[in-house]
Design a binder for this molecule. Structure first.
Ligand SMILES: Cc1cc2nc3c(=O)[nH]c(=O)nc-3n(C[C@H](O)[C@H](O)[C@H](O)COP(=O)(O)OP(=O)(O)OC[C@H]3O[C@@H](n4cnc5c(N)ncnc54)[C@H](O)[C@@H]3O)c2cc1C
Ligand SMILES: *[C@@H]1O[C@H](CO)[C@@H](O)[C@H](O)[C@H]1NC(C)=O
Ligand SMILES: *[C@@H]1O[C@H](CO)[C@@H](O)[C@H](O)[C@H]1NC(C)=O
Ligand SMILES: *[C@@H]1O[C@H](CO)[C@@H](O)[C@H](O)[C@H]1NC(C)=O
Ligand SMILES: *[C@@H]1O[C@H](CO)[C@@H](O)[C@H](O)[C@H]1NC(C)=O
Ligand SMILES: *[C@@H]1O[C@H](CO)[C@@H](O)[C@H](O)[C@H]1NC(C)=O
Ligand SMILES: *[C@@H]1O[C@H](CO)[C@@H](O)[C@H](O)[C@H]1NC(C)=O
Ligand SMILES: *[C@@H]1O[C@H](CO)[C@@H](O)[C@H](O)[C@H]1NC(C)=O
Ligand SMILES: *[C@@H]1O[C@H](CO)[C@@H](O)[C@H](O)[C@H]1NC(C)=O
Ligand SMILES: *[C@@H]1O[C@H](CO)[C@@H](O)[C@H](O)[C@H]1NC(C)=O
Length: 542
């Protein structure tokens, strides 16, 4: 079918870089097999822009309607689809919107041929620049890969990475089914699942990555693989938490679960009750084994309009039962607002989406600790001390979010050969911190990043002093300065490196796709002086 495109690529092509990359892998040959003739062109070493001009012009010739060049309204509209301003400011040379795994494969090979850097965007919700967009390179926009289909007996839902979780849930609700995914409507299926994925139903079934029965993946040589426990168990393990280091996933086959209405929403409390809420949070952390239907998120936030800090607790329960007893301690704290009700999952994700508007400046930071109330109070106090001086920053919404990684969740992570995150049942319960700060002006970036960095560093130092520290960094909440993969432990880091070596010997996903959490280091090559990366690093070649 692609044969008709052959020869057409003849026109440009000047890039010696190819010779380097074909030394061990014949990119030209791989493209020829797909009916794309790029033989016989001499290639001189050009700068990235020129190489990417070749890649983009080729894509445009082959797939005119799916390629957006670097200016114009389609380009601007694409850029506006990133959640954070920082990502929307990155300017790719072109955007390519594949319609099939085969098109992903061809575009990947052309990027390799040209040595043009690329990035992959699913829901575009990573805050920092370059995570799913690439300066001067080719950004793969997965939005056209948006199919949602059920297997014959409905036990598996096949989901394209172009979907948001709202799309997925609202489609499956018609069948009284659900899958394990994000809690906010507009988050993408791709990034959330590859980094872990905490769901309202994780107490029942584990994280999103634990419920993928099969990944359709384009690996570095352009081959399209069905990766599951019986075909490629090593790569299957690596994709459950390993992020974008192994391939481009073109379909997630997710286990389905019966789901009808549920109970959930938010309750808002005054900070005067912080001690009661923290005690209730710790109690939930231990009691959660008793009732896997329950999920909890405890957030502290500064409300600039009211000039005060508030607490927001999100409660969810997988069955349509109001005020279930597991939350009784919280429910006895007087609240100032309550949105909990019996409703469907998709509607709850819309409620949460409304708290997270797009187009603003954003940063995420994370840390994990052993569950302990004294430490939780310390974290909250440190958060208030560090953010109080920023109270007048334009548009600031600084959130300090605590969750429990429960014993039930970790138990479910052991299924199908386990995932790559390095969490063991004996580690539970753990306390997970997410700092999510929103603001408007670039001029405030430094002050905000420094405050977030201080909260992480001071709380981790205190946790160490109290013997409550825990290395794990959750990829989906980490900042660009945090080195996530080593936090999975030495054994898992090395295993990930050796799997990458097997499926991507020339490190295409490490070098040509520079954004996000790589096997060898944090996304930002240099951290600001105030941030000393506390995580370990290992020599992965030994
Ligand atoms: C408002 C908000 C709510 C959130 N809620 C939750 C939540 O409930 N639970 C939770 O666990 N996390 C949550 N997160 C964190 C979220 O999981 C991460 O931000 C996640 O990376 C977003 O995925 P995405 O596809 O939208 O992002 P993207 O920026 O599109 O992708 C993230 C990374 O994954 C890579 N990637 C994406 N798709 C593919 C693919 N198909 N193949 C290979 N690589 C790919 C990208 O290249 C990029 O590096 C939330 C984040 C936000 C901003
Ligand atoms: C490309 O788009 C044009 C109009 O926008 C349409 O007529 C044409 O059929 C499309 N081609 C393909 C291959 O989809
Ligand atoms: C659904 O079909 C698959 C094979 O296609 C099978 O493995 C599985 O057990 C079936 N599940 C149910 C609930 O029947
Ligand atoms: C889920 O709830 C929303 C809001 O009430 C409603 O519009 C939608 O139809 C519901 N979905 C199903 C499948 O009932
Ligand atoms: C695993 O992949 C093989 C090969 O494509 C496929 O036949 C099998 O159905 C897959 N298993 C699952 C659980 O999807
Ligand atoms: C938490 O509550 C205590 C009283 O129980 C109060 O002294 C303290 O200031 C509160 N902390 C914050 C950060 O508001
Ligand atoms: C938590 O568990 C303890 C011990 O089983 C019990 O006494 C307590 O009532 C439980 N709390 C809640 C809120 O369920
Ligand atoms: C759906 O959620 C919204 C909040 O986003 C709420 O206002 C509305 O009442 C809910 N609808 C139903 C039918 O539950
Ligand atoms: C913020 O503005 C208010 C009102 O002008 C002022 O009282 C307060 O001191 C300011 N806070 C900081 C940290 O500058
Ligand atoms: C929490 O940690 C503090 C500080 O180390 C310790 O004093 C306290 O006993 C711990 N709490 C529990 C319930 O273990």
């Amino acid at each position: 079918m692609l044969g008709k495109f052959g020869l057409r690529l003849a026109i440009w092509v000047f890039c010696t870089c190819v010779r380097v990359s074909v030394a061990e892998f014949d990119v030209v040959g791989a493209l020829t097999e797909k009916g794309i003739n790029v033989k016989g062109y001499s290639l001189s070493a050009l700068d990235v822009g020129s190489n990417c001009a070749f890649a983009c012009d080729s894509l445009s010739l082959l797939f005119h309607n799916s390629t957006i060049s670097h200016s114009g309204s389609a380009y601007n509209s694409f850029e506006s689809q990133y959640w954070s301003q920082q990502q929307g400011e990155v300017k790719p040379y072109c955007v390519f919107r594949p319609r099939s795994a085969e098109e992903v494969s061809i575009a990947l090979l052309l990027s390799r041929l040209a040595q043009c850097p690329f990035a992959v965007k699913s829901g575009g919700h990573v805050p920092f620049a370059g995570a799913s967009n690439v300066q001067g390179g080719v950004t793969f926009d997965m939005s056209a890969l948006n199919s949602i289909s059920l297997s014959e007996n409905k036990s598996v839902a096949s989901i394209g990475p172009g979907n948001t979780w709202f799309d997925v849930y609202s489609a499956l609700e018609q069948e009284e089914l659900t899958v394990i995914g994000g809690r906010v409507a507009a988050i993408g299926v791709g990034g959330l699942t590859l980094g872990g994925g905490i769901s309202f139903f994780s107490g029942l079934h584990g994280w999103a990555c634990d419920n993928v029965v099969n990944f359709e993946v384009v690996i570095a040589d352009g081959t399209i693989l069905d990766v599951n426990e019986s075909t490629y168990p090593d790569l299957y393990w690596a994709l459950r938490g390993g992020g974008n280091n192994f391939g481009i996933v073109t379909r997630f086959d997710l286990e389905t679960y019966h789901q009808e209405l549920m109970w959930g929403g938010d309750q808002f409390y005054l900070m005067a009750h912080n001690q009661s809420a923290i005690e209730a949070f710790i109690e939930f952390g231990y009691n959660s084994t008793l009732d896997p239907n329950a999920a909890l998120i405890v957030s502290f936030v500064y409300a600039q309009a009211q000039r005060q800090y508030l607490m927001v607790c999100s409660f969810e329960y997988a069955a349509p039962i109001e005020n279930p007893p597991i939350f009784s301690t919280f429910l006895s704290i007087p609240n100032v607002e309550d949105t909990t009700m019996i409703q469907n999952l998709s509607n709850i994700t819309l409620e949460f989406n409304a708290f997270n508007p797009s187009g603003l400046r954003q940063t995420f930071w994370t840390a994990t600790y052993k569950l302990n109330g004294t430490l939780a109070s310390f974290i909250v106090q440190t958060y208030v001390d560090e953010t109080r001086p920023l109270e007048n920053v334009t548009g600031i919404v600084p959130a300090c979010v605590l969750q429990v990684i429960t014993a039930n969740e970790i138990a479910h992570m052991m299924k199908s050969g386990g995932n790559a995150l390095g969490l063991e049942p004996s580690d539970a319960p753990l306390m997970l911190l997410e700092l999510g700060f929103t603001w408007e002006d670039v001029s405030d970036d430094d002050a905000i990043l420094k405050a977030a960095s201080n909260i992480v560093q001071k709380s981790v130092a205190q946790a160490k002093a109290w013997d409550l520290d825990f290395d794990y960094l959750y990829m989906n909440y980490a900042s660009q300065f945090q080195d996530v993969i080593p936090s999975y432990g030495k054994r898992n880091s090395k295993r990930l490196a050796s799997i990458a070596k097997k499926y991507d010997p020339q490190e295409v996903f490490q070098k040509l796709q520079p954004g996000y959490f790589k096997l060898h280091g944090a996304p930002a090559s240099t951290a600001p002086q105030y941030f000393k990366n506390p995580s370990k690093s290992y020599d992965l070649n030994q």
